[in-house]
Design a protein around this ligand. Structure first.
Ligand code: NAD
Length: 502
C-alpha cells in the first residue's frame, strides 16, 4: 500500500528540511496512475542553504583522515546492503520498474561505494627522491570543495551513486538534486549516510526542478557539477556551468545499436536484444534501441524476437510475476507510443504492437505500454533519429559489416554499442573502429564495473571526464605537485636562472 500522505522534501545539514515550500510537484505510482504524494521544489534560497551547509562542513571533512573517511564509507556500504530491498521498493513504487530490477540498480550503485572504500589507495600520489640534488618532488590530489550532482529519473539510486561516494571519499561535500519524478530514494540514502556517521552537511539533498538546477549552476561556492540526463539539458548544464567557471561532466542521451553479424548465434542474439531492449521498459541509457541485422539474418532474428516478446510478462513493479513495468509518466508513455505511428508513417513496419500487450492485473489508469518492435527502420525515420527511451526496439537492416559500422558511427550519440558474432577478428575490428564510449562483445549492456569509468562519446557526454573509476577520482580532485628541499650543506646561494637540473 502506498501512503497517500507521502511528502518528500530536502535534506540539509544532516536533517530533513522543516520549512514550507512555495512550489511542489506530484509523485505518481506509474502502475496505477494515482498521485501518491508530493515533493517540495527548492527555491534559490533553499539551494543557498544547502550549499552553505555543505560549505560549512567542508573544512572538517576535508581534514578527516583517509582512514576515517574509509570507515564511514564501509559503514554506509553495510547499511545500504542491508536496506537494499527497502530502497528497491521505494524506487519501484515511484519509477515503476520491477522490484528485482530496482534491486539490481542498487547493487550496481553499491559497487561504486565499495570502490570508494579503497580511497586511501586511490588517492596515493607519486614521490620522486632527488629530482635535483637534494630536492624531492611529490604529487597529491586534493578535494575541490562543494560539488553538486543532478540526476535523471531512470536510476534514482544508481546514478547518484556514480557520483557521491567518490566525491565524498575524496573529501568534498555534496549537494544532490535528484529527479522530481522519483525523489524518495535520495532521502533514504541521506538517512543511511547519517546512520553511517557522516558528519552533518557533508551530504545534502535539494528536491526540485530547473529553479534548483539553475541555482546550483550559478552558485559561486559550487566548484563542480556532475549531471546525467537528456542531451539538451546536458548541453545546457555543461555550457552554463563551465561559463560560470565550474568543472562539469554532463552525460546525455543515447541511441545504442546492437550489431548482429551473419555468423552470430541468433538465439543468443534474440535473447540479448529482448533483455536489453525491454528491461526497465527501455528506460535505460544503455538500453539497446536499434538492432542492426547484417546480411540475411533480419527475417529470422525478427521472428525469434517476436516470439520472445509475446511471452514477456508486463505488470506492476511490485508483482513478482512482472518482468517489465509501466513507463514513468503518462506524458512519457504517450510520447513513446506516438513513435509507433510516426515510425510507420516514416516507412517502418510494426512487427509487434505493444499497445495490444496484456497487462498483469488488467489495464488500469497506469502508464502502460507493452513491448513493441519496429522493423525496417532507417536514418530519417523519427523512430531511428530520436531517443525514444521506452519499450520500442527498432530493427535496421544492412548488407555488410562496413555499412553497420558506418550507421553506428554516423549517429550523433555514442553511449553504448554491442556486436554479436563468433568471429574474434571481426569483433576486434569492431571494437577498434566504433566511435562509442562503451562497447560490448556478445554483451548487450556493457556497463563498466565501478573500477572502470562510465561515459559515452559525442552527444552522450559533454566534458572530458567519465564517471567513477579513476576518472571519477580525477574529476573530484585537483592535482598538486610539490618540489621540496630541506637545507643541507649543498645549499648554494642566489641564482636568477630558471630552475633546471644541472
Ligand atoms: P532530464 O534531462 O529531463 O532530467 C535530468 C535532470 O535535469 C533532472 O534532475 C531534472 O529535474 C533536470 N532538468 C530537467 N529539465 C531541466 C531544465 N530545463 N533545466 C535544468 N534542469 C532540468 O532527463 P530524464 O528524463 O530525467 O532522464 C532520461 C534521460 O537521461 C534520457 O535521455 C537518458 O538517456 C538520460 N540518461 C543518460 C545516462 C548516461 O549515462 N548517459 C544515464 C541515465 C539517463
Amino acid at each position: 500500500m502506498t501512503d497517500p500522505a507521502k511528502h518528500v522534501s530536502h535534506w540539509i545539514g544532516g536533517q530533513p528540511w522543516a520549512g514550507a515550500a512555495e512550489r511542489h510537484g506530484d509523485i505518481y505510482d506509474p502502475a496505477t496512475g494515482e498521485v501518491t504524494g508530493t515533493v517540495d521544489f527548492a527555491s534559490a534560497a533553499v539551494v543557498d542553504d544547502a550549499v552553505a551547509s555543505a560549505a560549512k562542513a567542508f573544512p572538517g571533512w576535508r581534514a578527516a583522515s583517509l582512514a576515517r573517511r574509509a570507515s564511514v564509507l564501509f559503514a554506509f556500504r553495510e547499511l545500504l546492503a542491508k536496506r537494499t530491498d527497502e530502497l528497491a521498493a521505494l524506487i519501484s513504487a515511484e519509477h515503476g520498474k520491477v522490484a528485482g530490477d530496482a534491486a539490481g540498480e542498487v547493487a550496481r550503485g553499491l559497487e561504486v561505494v565499495e570502490f570508494a572504500c579503497g580511497i586511501p589507495h586511490l588517492l596515493k600520489g607519486g614521490f620522486s627522491e632527488n629530482v635535483s640534488t637534494g630536492v624531492d618532488a611529490y604529487s597529491i590530489r586534493q578535494p575541490l570543495g562543494v560539488v553538486a550532482g543532478i540526476t535523471p529519473f531512470n536510476f534514482p539510486a544508481m546514478v547518484p551513486m556514480w557520483m557521491f561516494p567518490l566525491a565524498i571519499a575524496c573529501g568534498n561535500t555534496f549537494v544532490l538534486k535528484p529527479s522530481e519524478k522519483d525523489p524518495s530514494a535520495s532521502l533514504l540514502l541521506a538517512r543511511l549516510w547519517a546512520e553511517a556517521g557522516l558528519p552533518d552537511g557533508v551530504f545534502n539533498v535539494v528536491q526540485g526542478d530547473k529553479v534548483a538546477v539553475d541555482a546550483l549552476l550559478g552558485h559561486p561556492d559550487v566548484r563542480a557539477v556532475s549531471f546525467v540526463g537528456s542531451t539538451p539539458i546536458a548541453r545546457y548544464v555543461y555550457e552554463t556551468g563551465t561559463r560560470a567557471g565550474k568543472r562539469v561532466q554532463a552525460l546525455g542521451g543515447a541511441k545504442n545499436h546492437m550489431v548482429v553479424l551473419p555468423d552470430a548465434d541468433l538465439d543468443l542474439a534474440a535473447d540479448a536484444a529482448v533483455s536489453a531492449g525491454f528491461g526497465s521498459a527501455g528506460e535505460r541509457c544503455m538500453a539497446v534501441s536499434v538492432l542492426v541485422a547484417v546480411g540475411q539474418v533480419g527475417d529470422e532474428l525478427v521472428a525469434k524476437i517476436t516470439e520472445r516478446v509475446a511471452r514477456l510478462r508486463v505488470g506492476p513493479g511490485a508483482d513478482e510475476r512482472s518482468e517489465m513495468g509501466p513507463l514513468v509518466t503518462g506524458a512519457h508513455r504517450d510520447k513513446v507510443a506516438s513513435y509507433l505511428d510516426s515510425g510507420v508513417a516514416d516507412g517502418a513496419t510494426l512487427a509487434v504492437d505493444g499497445r495490444a500487450h496484456p497487462i498483469i492485473g488488467g489495464e488500469s489508469e497506469g502508464f502502460w505500454l507493452g513491448p513493441s518492435v519496429l522493423d525496417h527502420v532507417a536514418p530519417g525515420n523519427s523512430a531511428y533519429d530520436d531517443e525514444i527511451f521506452g519499450p520500442v526496439l527498432s530493427v535496421a537492416r544492412v548488407d555488410t559489416y562496413a555499412e553497420a559500422v558506418e550507421l553506428v558511427n554516423n549517429s550523433p550519440y555514442g553511449n553504448g554499442t554491442a556486436v554479436f558474432t563468433n568471429d574474434g577478428g571481426a569483433a576486434r575490428r569492431f571494437v577498434s573502429e566504433i566511435q562509442v564510449g562503451m562497447v560490448g562483445v556478445n554483451v548487450p549492456i556493457p556497463v563498466p564495473m565501478a573500477f572502470y569509468s562510465f561515459g559515452g562519446w559525442k552527444n552522450s557526454l559533454f566534458g572530458d571526464t567519465h564517471m567513477h573509476g579513476t576518472e571519477g577520482v580525477h574529476f573530484y580532485t585537483r592535482g598538486k605537485v610539490v618540489t621540496s628541499r630541506w637545507l643541507d650543506p649543498s645549499h648554494g646561494g642566489v641564482n636568477l636562472g630558471f630552475p633546471v637540473n644541472a
